[in-house]
Write a new protein. Structure first.
Ligand SMILES: Nc1ncnc2c1ncn2[C@@H]1O[C@H](COP(=O)(O)OP(=O)(O)OP(=O)(O)O)[C@@H](O)[C@H]1O
Ligand SMILES: [Mg+2]
Length: 220
């Protein structure tokens, strides 16, 4: 589902990733970890073509990233949901509208949008807060809305960058369980995190980035 072959990425002259090769299979849930600045976010950005590789090949959900034209990138993005820290909720819109926004750009019928949004809000257990504004939600609830927004267009791949960053241990566990449920229904999930507690005991593959490459792969 996600396939990197000898991928090298520079920012100007700064090498971030060098000859990186790995795959995440269809329906897999895997983790990416490593010290700050090692390139985790960069790797995720390569997957949804927010950054392009300097060398090597990346195939995501059947799309060859290097062959994508600017005008076909939106098609790839329909298949890739992202939960990123710099992609926050709109505070002047309700929970419902924050999630619906992801569908409105797809030109869907309002009734269909309503059904899909309420269904995904039910899944993240926030249907009863659909008409609340995000500033009146807890951090964990806000993060569940972010996940709902990423999932509402039914992506085949879900990418999460430090999804439990500022959350306490119990809330982190609830968010992690939500990713497991999403994965159990067939979505391929890749989670980047510093936090070993997120992957320990999961039995899932963990890629450890160091010095521009995967230093080792373990099972969490
Ligand atoms: N847009 C950019 N332009 C230039 N350099 C960048 C850019 N984005 C990231 N970098 C650099 O690339 C390296 C990898 O950054 P990246 O954000 O991928 O690391 P990270 O592993 O996600 O770190 P953290 O755990 O702190 O989030 C860093 O040295 C960073 O300064
Ligand atoms: Mg990062």
């Amino acid at each position: 589902m996600i396939q990197f072959s000898d991928v090298t990425k520079y920012y100007d002259d700064d090498l971030v990733l060098k000859d990186l090769t790995f795959t995440v299979g269809k329906g897999e849930l895997a983790f990416l970890t490593g010290p700050s600045g090692v390139g985790k976010t960069t790797l995720l950005k390569l997957i949804y073509a927010a950054e392009l590789p300097d060398e090597g090949n990346i195939v995501v959900a059947g799309w060859d990233i290097r062959k994508l034209k600017q005008n076909t990138i939106p098609y790839l993005r329909r298949h890739v949901g992202i939960v990123f820290q710099d992609f926050r909720l709109l505070f002047n819109k309700t929970v419902f509208d924050n999630v619906a926004l992801a569908l409105r750009i797809h030109d869907m019928h309002p009734k269909e949008i309503r059904e899909d949004v309420l269904e995904i809000l039910k899944e993240v257990r926030l249907k009863h807060k659909a008409h609340i504004y995000p500033q009146h939600l807890s951090g964990g609830e806000q993060q569940r809305v972010v996940i709902a927004r990423a999932m509402v267009s039914k992506p085949t791949v879900l990418l999460a960058d430090e999804p439990t960053g500022n959350l306490d241990a119990d809330t982190s566990l609830a968010i992690t369980n939500l990713f497991r449920e999403i994965n159990a229904r067939g979505t391929t999930v890749l989670i980047a995190t510093h936090s070993a507690s997120l992957y320990q005991g999961t039995g899932r593959r963990v890629f450890h980035l160091r010095d521009s490459n995967i230093e080792k792969e373990t099972v969490g």
